[in-house]
Design a protein around this ligand. Sequence first.
Ligand code: GCV
Length: 712
Amino acid sequence: MKADKSVDVEHLVFVDEPLETHEPRVHAAWLPPEAFRSLGARRVLVHGEGLLVDTVLDEVSRACARYGGRVWHSPSWDVDVDLVLALRDAGELPNPAVEAARSAGEAALAEIGRGEPLGEEGFLLAREGEVTVVLADAPAGLLYGLFHVVRLCAAAFDPARPPERHRPALRRRMLNHWDNVAVHPVMGQVERGYAGGSIFWRDGRPRGDLARVRAYGRLLAASGVNAISVNNVNVARTEALLLTDRLGDVAEIADALRPYGIRVHLSVSFAAPVLLGGLSTADPLDEAVRDWWAATTRRVYDRIPDFGGYLVKADSEGQPGPFTYGRDHADGANLLAEALAPHGGVVHWRAFVYNHHQDWRDRSTDRARAAYDHFTPLDGRFRANVVLQVKYGPVDFQTREPVSPVLAAMPATRLALELQVTQEYTGQQRHICHLGPWWGEVLRFAPWGPGGRTIADVAVGEAGAGGGLVAVANTGDDPFWTGHPLAQANLYTFGRLAWDPWRDPTEILGEWMTLTFPPSATADPELVRRTLHEIMDDSWRTYERYTAPLGVGFMVHPGDHYGPDVDGYEYSRWGTYHFADRDGVGVDRSRASGTGFAGQYPPYWAQVYESPRTCPDEVLLFFHHVPYSHVLHSGSTVIQHIYDTHFAGVEEVETMRRRWQTLNGMIDPAVYERVSERLDEQVRCATEWRDQINTYFFRKSGVPDARGRRIY
Ligand code: GCV
């Protein structure tokens, strides 16, 4: 499609009308009307009752109205259909073809289902004659089945398609919003948010655009997410009130998200009994405190019967916690778990606890050790409805870190893996950085050694009882949802990995591309797809190349965490140091001579990480302080690796920009322009990273680049 047809393209990729008249048009992300063409041109029968069945009906009706199909809801007369979406326990219909399709679906399920139920969210898709049938045990399953049909497009109606059974591997697939209700003087409306304001809150009040909240829920459901916390884990005074006086605001969000099967959770302050309840203490073992939490939680469930639970950041970066009362984190988490248990709620308790007032002169304290040291002695003491939420790395969402050893050290605790979709340290949605491959590496990591159980297995848990996957959201009130239109792919990929953590992230990326840039909306779908893959597939590794080297981390500008500042954190209290001197760089975390962090891993990796000879290159400087002349497994020296990767990284970004330019006129112009602007910034910033990092290490080491390239 050429540029002069751009108006048509916009119709295909934006939602029809502004969701509210005073709001700008919002990009449809991975649910453009065009993605519903195949479904919407068909004759569809929906059978069953329930709120989410109504959502299915609504989705199908809108698609059919647009593309000329027809829809019936449990008709009492015979109709010809192409697609049946039915609850298994919905009664018989006077329609022989439909009943034959349902029976075929049941037979297929008996054959491939290994006798396991489909569960609350699972579904089966099968073909019988000319009919495609989707069966589910519960309305949520039918909704996920519908979105599966949308993803498959015409393939859902392929007569040769064998039956498929789908169930999410993880029960809870959750996004955490770090959104403030009141604008924080430093962090703004959304802490670490790079997509405008909050979808939920504005200037101390609800943002009031519930249509947008609903549209958000729709996008999330289509990716697989089923839970969301709606306020920052750093809970200030205004946000604390969401639990009590402002609960109505949370209930409104829950009402808007419920039709898409998304449950609302709340970040709460551990000091709430004092802040809100007028008690003199928040001691978790105090009777009055326990009663306060029980009564408060009961009121929450009176108002929001399907409320998900609490999320807590305690004793971390200034947040209150049980340490104030001489109690540990099992005491703290169990207090809230006890209040939630009668209602079926869970508490997500974060393991991100460390000393943020460290003295940089003190080489014995290692922030990387903190979560393990605090939490592993508590294994087995948490109540069943506590989920310990563990960041993927031991420090803080870096572009590269080893996987947190906590995830392998608490077999008697439900553990959730916490990822960061918002790109705090990975380019802040100004840089293209597709995080799927990084998350895939984390999920496939086998902490007990190759061939053993993986992090995905830990998150899934025995018999599905694990803590699931959680991620910090990257969305805001930006018309493209995520600031950078291509950052939508990270959100989509998170949802799909949370549904099935063993999937190949690059395949998921392809799925996202097909939905977001529908082949029927462009003159050269092959070119668009190939170019997007060339730009995005390896973009996380490109980002890694031009930023902090070999897993050493940070080197970002203090405070905002954007752009290079090699020594920005070197003499600070935050515990994130690289220790570069004239001879070498890196942190000695070995048992033999360093902080001992390497010893927190099970034996296989403890041994691998212990020695610079065996430690993988990409995390070498995380574990070891080595001379610049140290030869990597790649054959290069550390210093030459730094130069080479930084020059290569910038060249790759320049190539990305050139490739993107070939899509001019092929895709929606608004998307094209936004990405183009951001690519200019990415080239500028990557160049700054290259020059600062290379110059810094050249000046420290005095070692020239073997290829004589320009260093300042
Ligand atoms: C919400 C990092 C971020 C903080 C964030 C914290 C956390 O330190 O920079 O903004 O606070 O992680 O995960 O709690």
